[in-house]
Design a protein around this ligand. Sequence first.
Ligand code: 13P
Length: 253
Amino acid sequence: MSTRKPIVAGNWKMNKTIKEARELIQGILREVQQIDAVEIIICPPYVCLEAAKQETEGSNIKVGAQNMHWEAKGAFTGEISAGMLVDLCQYVIIGHSERRAMFGETNETVNKKIHAALQAGLKPIMCVGETLEENQAGKTAAVVEGMVREGLKGVDPTEAENLVIAYEPVWAIGTGLAATPEGANAVQRDVIRPVLRELFGEEKGNAMRILYGGSVTPANAAELFAQSDIDGGLIGGASLKSDSFSAIVKAAL
Ligand code: 13P
């Protein structure tokens, strides 16, 4: 058992209207408002952030965005900057595999966003993970290590405590086929954690939270979270209902 405080974060992706967001948050709060031993984060779409902020005010639920642009302002139609988000939320997901696969994000743009987020005072949840092809070709360790190194390039060790890493193997996302607890932990303990120690020093690298994401459910969460280097989860589908998300939060206790 590590002493790291676990995080359970819900990535709602492109789901929920403002009204639905309020209802979901109220439902989650009814189930988890007494829980202090888990850091609970919800990441709704941009347009729901204001409502999410209102609904979670004074509670143990924190709010995050799902993306941001690295520039501070200007002619970037449709984009949102870190400076616009800090009034609404504390966290921001960066480099989710869906953004990499569908919206052209690369380790280089991820790195720019990480720097911009930290500069603005947002805490990034940086996503890394190999595709099925890379996995089958035995490239998992090399791919994941590269993503961590390039994504975090130039980040000062004093920022380590503000960073969260999420290991999300692409083949496990939305497929119902979660990585095995041992398999995910092997990547997090033997690939990601050593790079964090190297970049930020032994103590800071050991203190950082590394989440697992990909088909986490109330049924498999406890076993995943019991692993030495799985410090919680980034939850997609199961974060869209208050009962399943709350059950996963409780599995991290
Ligand atoms: P699922 O939990 O739906 O597999 O999604 C995981 C994910 O992508 C969270 O960011």
